[in-house]
Every structure is written in C-alpha cells, then in structure tokens.
Design a protein around this ligand. Structure first.
Ligand code: NAI
Ligand code: MG
Length: 355
C-alpha cells in the first residue's frame, strides 16, 4: 500500500520550492523502496481565493482526511488577500480540524551556514522546540465591553487542559527519550503567571516521573530566550505552551542562520488525521518568480514527513544529502541567501543526486 501524500504548494515561492521537495522525496523513495502516491491540490492558496472567493472548497475536510500526510509550501499573497484571511482560511483550519496538537521545529546549525551567534559551529546547536498547537494562550474565551468609552475593558483567558497539556508533554518526553542526550527543558513563567504556569510545572513533573531516564530542567521564558542566544548548546528538547512555543520556535531557527532552511511539522501523533509538513518561511513575495528561493526548508520538511511515516533511514539520508551539499559550498549551486549564485532547481537537483 502506498503512502498517500496530499501536495499543496500554496503561494509565491511555495510553488517554486515544492517541486524540489518532491524531487528529493522521489529520490529517497526510489533509493529506499518506499511507495509514495502524490495527489496535487491548488486550494489553500490566494490564486484559488481569487477564483472562488474562499481559500478552501467546502469539502476540503473530507477530501484530505484520508491522506497519510500533507506536504505544504507556503500561503499568503497580501496584494490579493489580507494575511489573516489567507492564514485563518487555510493552514489554521488544517491545524485545528486535524488536531495537529504538536508543532515541532528542529533547530540545527548546518555546515556551511554562519550562525548569527558568534563562535558557533555545526554541532553547537542541535535541539527541537515542541510547541503546544491548539490551546493555551491562543483561546477564544474572552471579550470586550464598553468599547470606546472610559470603561473599556478587554479580557482573554488562557485555557490549559490536562488532556491538552499531558499529550504534548508526552510527545516531548518520548522525543527526549529517543535522543542520545535525553534532556528536556520546560518553558515556564510560574513566578509571574501564578495560576496556569505552576500547574504546567506540576504536569511536567508528573509526566517526568514516567521517564526516569530523561533529565528535566525548566526556565522562566524570559531567561530561556536569553539562554537560546547565550547557551544554545544547553538544549536538546524544549517543550512550551502555545505562546511561549510560538516565540521560541522562531528564535531557535533564527539562531541557526537563514530562514530558508528551517522546516516544521504539525503533528497529530495518534494518526487519527493527517499531519502537515511545511517550511517555516512564508511565500516571500519579494523574491517570488525569480527561481532563487532556497528549497532546503521544503526538502527538510519532506524528511520529517518520511520520518513521521516510519522511514527514519530515508529521512536521515535526505538530511545527510543536503548537509553534504552545504558543506561542499559550490557557489554555482547554493542560493543567494546562502551566499551563492545558484537557483532553486540547481540546489534541489544537487541534493537529489546525492541521494
Ligand atoms: P517570508 O518568510 O515569506 O519572508 C521573509 C524574508 O525571508 C523575505 O525577505 C524572504 O525573501 C526571505 N525568505 C523566505 N523564505 C526564503 C527562502 N526559502 N529562500 C530565500 N529567502 C527566503 O515572510 P513574510 O515576508 O513575513 O511573509 C510573506 C507572506 O508569507 C505573507 O503573506 C505571510 O502571511 C506569509 N507567511 C506564511 C507562512 C506559512 O505559510 N506558514 C509563514 C510565514 C509567512
Ligand atoms: Mg510564529
């Protein structure tokens, strides 16, 4: 039985990096005899919106729910559709309806890429951020009263459930358990946010008791962000609530250089619904159409997709392939964001050939 993959390139450079992501997946599938069946969709893009007046067809949920995974490019073209409409009308629908409650981002300094942090080389930064992706600070509980008057009041409640918290903690502990360092760091703020965050700490401790081999520490979010910059080598798996995770999952990849290489996964670990794999970057209107976008974020997301489907060796081969191409540093192959003069396609082909 083939793995059924829904392919959604989206907008802008999403349409340029996706073919390279698929080229590399194909190469890995051939080498490791994995049967992948791709189906292509044009919705969840601003072009689709321009034609249909909405980002998704009415039956998108039924259409996509039977797939084993979704391989996504990037969404957004603010000239045609305001960003909150394109994002809420597509990606955020997928994350919610498919209960993709883990947002996973590797933060790894790759060979040939200069970190914005001084004196850091490959090996110094290699950790994951695990963000809770469905509840917490991003709730719809709250409201506004007496708008426009002196009595104006606005409230938005944080909602943390034992169900929602424990399941993301379990994912993070399992991940830490599977890695050589077996270390987990929890992002907290129990000194200031004195109800939900001490409770979060209790849930971390309770889950930690089930993983005696995993070393646990915790930092308040303010000093934790500082330590990402000062001591990125301290971290292995970092787990955080929705808001704290949002911040950390941009800061972490930023410490490893260009945004063009960063991948991410939105995971429904139980497999009740498809998980979604996408580069961290957006549609990059400023360079779209030029054929110079870095495809590695898309390619690496493809590796995460394969790993999620149980093909760790193939995923590792993809990562090894782009690391080798980066280490070689051929300026005719590397895209401009990496200091070269190469094209999206040249870099994609070089990675596929390695595999
Ligand atoms: P962006 O990530 O598209 O671009 C930020 C900067 O990074 C730009 O200068 C761009 O040229 C550069 N960049 C991004 N990806 C690159 C790549 N692969 N290779 C080389 N350079 C790259 O973020 P921006 O400009 O804030 O947003 C543009 C659009 O993308 C908006 O509509 C936004 O809503 C959307 N967006 C979508 C995301 C998604 O689909 N998950 C995530 C972030 C933004
Ligand atoms: Mg963000």
């Amino acid at each position: 039985m083939p793995h059924r993959i829904a392919v959604i390139p989206g907008d802008g450079i999403g349409k340029e990096v996706m073919p390279e992501g698929l080229r590399v997946l194909d190469a890995a599938a051939r080498r490791f005899s994995i049967d992948l069946a791709f189906e292509h969709f044009d919705f969840a893009s601003c072009d689709y919106y321009a034609e249909h007046g909405q980002m998704l067809p009415e039956d998108w949920f039924e259409t996509l729910k039977g797939f084993d995974a979704i391989f996504y490019g990037a969404v957004g073209w603010p000239e045609i559709v305001p960003d909150h409409i394109s994002l809420w009308g597509s990606l955020l629908q997928f994350r919610r309806r498919f209960d993709q409650y883990v947002n996973l981002r590797p933060c790894r300094l790759l060979p040939g890429i200069k970190s914005p942090l001084a004196n850091r080389g490959p090996g110094d930064i290699d950790f994951y951020v695990v963000r809770e992706n469905t509840e917490g600070e991003y709730s719809s509980v709250g409201g506004k009263m007496f708008e426009g008057t002196d009595r104006e009041v606005v409230i938005q409640e944080t909602v943390m459930t034992r169900h929602g918290t424990d399941r993301v903690l379990k994912f993070a502990f399992d991940l830490a358990q599977s890695r050589p360092r077996r270390k987990l760091t929890s992002a907290t703020k129990s000194n200031g946010i004195a109800i939900t965050m001490p409770w979060w700490d209790e849930r971390v401790a309770a889950m930690g008791a089930r993983y005696p081999e995993v070393k646990v520490d915790q930092f308040h979010i303010d000093i934790l962000t500082a330590n990402f910059v000062l001591h990125p080598d301290w971290f292995d798996v970092v787990v955080a609530s929705n808001l704290f995770g949002d911040i950390l999952s941009d800061l972490g990849p930023a410490c490893t250089g260009t945004i063009g290489v960063a991948p991410s996964a939105n995971i429904n670990p139980e497999g009740d619904f498809p998980s979604l794999f996408e580069p961290v970057h957006g549609s990059a209107p400023d360079i779209a159409g030029k054929g110079i976008a870095n495809p590695i974020g898309q390619v690496w997301s493809g590796a995460m997709l394969l790993e999620h489907l149980g093909h760790k060796a193939a995923a590792d081969a993809i990562v090894a392939a782009f690391e080798a191409v980066l280490a070689e540093g051929d300026s005719k192959v590397l895209t401009p964001d990496l200091g070269g003069q190469g094209t999206t396609e040249a870099l994609g082909r070089a990675i596929a050939e390695r595999i």
